[in-house]
Design a protein around this ligand. Structure first.
Ligand code: PLP
Length: 403
C-alpha cells in the first residue's frame, strides 16, 4: 500500500462522473464573453453557476482601476503584509470597508476562505467554545480545525437548539463564539438573525456572521443579513469575501472590538500567505464603491431572482429555500441530478451540480445563482431550458425530471 493508493477510489468516482466527456466538477468555460455568458463545449452558454451577484466582473471602472494598479504597482506584492510590508492601497481598502460597515476596523485577507480560517483559529482559543450552525461552509469548519477551541454544532437555523447548548455551557457561554452565515450557499436560505442575536445577547456570547453570499445582496445599503434583520450592533465580527458580489478575490473581517487589529499578530492565515495583488485590491475598491453608489444593481438582482424562482416553482420543481439569488433545485437522486445537469448544458445553460456530502440533508441539487447582469431574455431562456427537462404534472412519478 502506498500513500497514493487512496486516490484510486477517487479516480473511479471521478471517471464515473466524466461520462460523456463533460465533467460536472471543474467544467471548462472555454471563453468568457460577459458576466453572464461563455463558450462551453463549443456552444454559447448562459452562466448560472457563478456568484457574480451584482454582475461587476466586467464593470469598466473596476477594470480601469485594476489596470492602473497593475501598471503603477506591478503584478503582485510577493509577500505577506506582516513580513514583507503592506501597500497603502490595502490599508485604504480596510478603511473603506470599515466605513461601509460603520465599524471601528477591518482586516483584509487574501481570500474569504482565509478570513474564516484566520478569524476562527485566532479568536477562539483552547478554553473557548465555537458554536457552529450545522450547514456552515467548509472554511468555517476548517477554521475550527486549525484552532484549538471546543467545537459544538447546533441544528441549522435553530435558535432554540443554540440556546439549549449555550445554557448547558453555564458560565462558559461568555467564552462562546457563535458562527452563522447570512445566506447559506447551497439552499439560499437566510439565518434567522434576529432570533440568533437575541440568544447571543441573553447568554453574553460573541457572534460572527459570514456575509459571503449576502454582501451587496441583502439590507437597504447592501451590508448583508444583519442589516436586513436590524441587528448589526449584536454582531461582533462580520466576515465576507470579495469573490462574489465584488467580482474579484479576497476576504475581510470587520469589527468594533479594538482587539481586531491585534488579530493580525496572532493569525497564521494572515501572517503566512502573500497579500492580494494591487490589481485585485483596486478592483475590490471599485466594486465596493459601485455596490454603495448603485442600489439599482441589487434591485435588478432581486427582480431576476424572483422571476426565475417563480418560473421554476410554476414548472413544479422542488426548490430548496425561499426566493433568493441562490436557487437550489432539489433532485430525487444523484443520477437524475447529473442527467439534468447535462441536459441543461445541451440547452445552453450552465448551473452547479452539488452532490452529497456537499449538500444539506444529503439531497443532490442543481444550484442556480442569479446575477443583476442577467437580462430578462436570459432568465426566460433559463426557464425554457428547465421547462424542457420537466415532466408535465400528470406524468410525474415522484419527480418532475424527465430522464
Ligand atoms: C459562506 C462562504 N464563506 C466563505 C467562502 C470562501 O470565499 P472565497 O472564495 O473568497 O475563498 C465561501 C465560498 O464559497 C462561502 O460560500
Amino acid at each position: 500500500m502506498s500513500i497514493l493508493d487512496k486516490f484510486r477510489q477517487l479516480a473511479a468516482a471521478r471517471d464515473a462522473l466524466i461520462g460523456d466527456g463533460r465533467p460536472p466538477f471543474g467544467a471548462v468555460i472555454e471563453k468568457i464573453l460577459s458576466p453572464t455568458e461563455g463558450i462551453m463545449y463549443g456552444r454559447r452558454t448562459i452562466l448560472l453557476g457563478t456568484n457574480n451577484y451584482l454582475g461587476l466582473t466586467f464593470d469598466p471602472t473596476c477594470i480601469e482601476m485594476a489596470q492602473a494598479a497593475l501598471r503603477d504597482e506591478g503584478t503582485g506584492t510577493t509577500g505577506s503584509r506582516m513580513a514583507n510590508g503592506t501597500f497603502s492601497a490595502h490599508a485604504d481598502l480596510e478603511h473603506e470597508l470599515a466605513d461601509f460597515f460603520g465599524r471601528r476596523g477591518t482586516i483584509v485577507f487574501s481570500t474569504g476562505y482565509l478570513a474564516n480560517l484566520g478569524m476562527l483559529s485566532a479568536v477562539a482559543g483552547p478554553d473557548d467554545v465555537v458554536l457552529v450552525d450545522a450547514d456552515c461552509h467548509a472554511s468555517i469548519y476548517d477554521g475550527c480545525r486549525l484552532g484549538s477551541a471546543e467545537v459544538l454544532r447546533f441544528r441549522h437555523n435553530d435558535a432554540g437548539d443554540l440556546e439549549k447548548r449555550l445554557r448547558r455551557l453555564g458560565d462558559r457561554s461568555h467564552r462562546a463564539l457563535i458562527v452563522v452565515e447570512g445566506i447559506y450557499s447551497m439552499l439560499g436560505d437566510r439565518a434567522p438573525l434576529a432570533d440568533l442575536a437575541a440568544v447571543k445577547e441573553r447568554y453574553g456570547a460573541y457572534l460572527l456572521v459570514d456575509e459571503a453570499h449576502s454582501l451587496g445582496v441583502l439590507g437597504q445599503h447592501g451590508r448583508g443579513c444583519a442589516e436586513e434583520a436590524g441587528v448589526e450592533t449584536a454582531v461582533d465580527f462580520v466576515v465576507g469575501t470579495f469573490s462574489k458580489s465584488l467580482g474579484t478575490i479576497g476576504g475581510f473581517c470587520a469589527s468594533d472590538h479594538p482587539e481586531l487589529d491585534l488579530v493580525r499578530y496572532a493569525c497564521r492565515p494572515y501572517m503566512f500567505t502573500a497579500s492580494p495583488s494591487p490589481s485585485v485590491i483596486a478592483s475590490a475598491r471599485g466594486a465596493l464603491a459601485a455596490l454603495r453608489a448603485r442600489p439599482e444593481l441589487r434591485q435588478r438582482l432581486w427582480d431576476n431572482a424572483r422571476a426565475l424562482y417563480g418560473r421554476l416553482e410554476a414548472l413544479g420543481f422542488e426548490l430548496g429555500g425561499a426566493v433568493s439569488p441562490i436557487i437550489a433545485v432539489l433532485m430525487p437522486s444523484a443520477d437524475a441530478a447529473i442527467a439534468a445537469w447535462r441536459r441543461l448544458l445541451d440547452g445552453g445553460v450552465y448551473v452547479n451540480l452539488v452532490l452529497p456530502q456537499a449538500t444539506p440533508n444529503a439531497r443532490p441539487l442543481l444550484r442556480c445563482s442569479v446575477s443583476a447582469a442577467h437580462t430578462p431574455e436570459q432568465i426566460a431562456a433559463v426557464g425554457d431550458a428547465f421547462g424542457a427537462i420537466a415532466l408535465p404534472a400528470p406524468h410525474r412519478i415522484g419527480s418532475v425530471i424527465a430522464l
